[in-house]
Write a protein that binds this ligand. Sequence first.
Ligand SMILES: [Zn+2]
Length: 151
Amino acid sequence: MGEIPELEDEIKDTDIVFDCPHCSKSLAIDYRGAGLTITCSDCGNDIEVPIPEGMELADVDSSSEDQELRVIHLRRSLHHAQERILGLENAVEDLLQRRDELEREQTQQRWQRAAVDERLGLMESALQALTDSFRQLTEAVQGEDVGKQKS
Ligand SMILES: [Zn+2]
């Protein structure tokens, strides 16, 4: 581990970016330099390159082929995760739509039931009115009969 990685002008996505603890100079080191002791290009002090979160030194020590495989695997996992998120988002969207539909249906059913109840009520009072009229008619006819019998 004696090799000191060179500080590069262009910062890559894989670079470890950190500040020198001595002079606060912002440094960018290739990820393979994680955990190594280097000399600050600005103040000349020895500094230890921090190991990024989620990265293990075993990652650094493995061959670049392993690294590439890991990256490919990670990208694939990420892709699957994104697809899964998309699928879940669609499922949630569907559920929300279904809920709206159900709510609309329920409202409609409530309305329909209210309409049926109202019609039933009207029919009941109509029936009641008919029954009353029928009774009155019957009474009238009976009264007439009684009257006829009397006269
Ligand atoms: Zn420094």
